[in-house]
Design a protein around this ligand. Structure first.
Ligand code: GRF
Length: 224
């Protein structure tokens, strides 16, 4: 991970991108308020949807926030505006929290290994939309959520962490999604803490504690 370690006074500045209700954003904000993410602050909350409840919540919390409507705009142009806003706010780490947009390659390249996303399945199972329902309909016995780095492929980058949820016989897709969401709210802050610590690094597809170079790991390195 190439996020520079902050000096003692400098915080890791988050840029949150959302499109909807913003419960993951609010869980991150609450973690910061409660002191569970020391050295982390929210620099800006951005929505591509003007009436997203998440952006209203950001306003209510007194956090810097902006709307860049994406409807009817070319992806690259919209993304360039969002990237410029994130840079202007000194964002170190971009957190996608229910951001219902595919990112342009230019946007991904502007924040190398500095964009993370939460997805409501245990990737690589059930990428894409309605992941909880996909898992339920498929008959999975274990579902969950994944926080991962974002690359140019959908729901694909290196996994930061996952939390599992048992699928109960009594579940329907809705009850399962609710229990997954509760785990998401824990997982996202844990993942941010991991990234912000500067103690983890990406090795191939694996996100591991820096310095943990077991012999098996070295063997894998050689075979690449
Ligand atoms: C979450 O289920 C997240 O995993 C997915 O989009 C949903 C966003 O929910 N990427 P919220 O807006 O954070 O409440």
């Amino acid at each position: 991970m190439d996020i520079p370690r902050p000096s003692i006074s400098a915080a890791i500045r988050l840029g949150i991108l959302l499109s909807g209700r913003g419960s993951n954003f609010l869980a991150i904000a609450e973690s910061i308020r409660a002191g569970r993410l020391p050295g982390v602050e929210i620099a800006i909350v951005i929505s591509n949807v003007a009436d997203a409840p998440g952006i209203a919540a950001a306003a209510q919390l007194g956090l810097p926030h902006s709307v860049f409507e994406s409807r009817g705009r070319k992806r690259a142009e919209h993304d360039a505006d969002v990237a410029a806003c994130l840079k202007a706010h000194g964002v170190d780490l971009v957190c996608l929290a229910g951001y219902m947009r595919l990112l342009s390659p230019e946007f991904v390249a502007a924040f190398p290994n500095r964009i993370i996303n939460i997805h409501p399945s245990l990737l690589p199972a059930f990428p894409g939309l309605e992941a909880q329902e996909q898992a339920f309909v498929y008959g999975a016995k274990v579902a969950g959520c994944t926080v991962h780095f974002v690359d140019e492929e959908l729901d694909h980058g290196a996994i930061i962490l996952q939390r599992a949820v048992e699928v109960l016989d009594t579940d329907d897709a809705h009850s399962l999604a609710e229990r997954i969401l509760a785990e998401e709210h824990i997982a996202y802050s844990e993942a941010i803490a991991r990234v912000a610590s500067g103690e983890w690094e990406i090795r191939g597809r694996r996100y591991v504690k820096a310095g943990n170079k077991g012999t098996r790991e070295q063997g894998n390195e050689k075979s690449r």
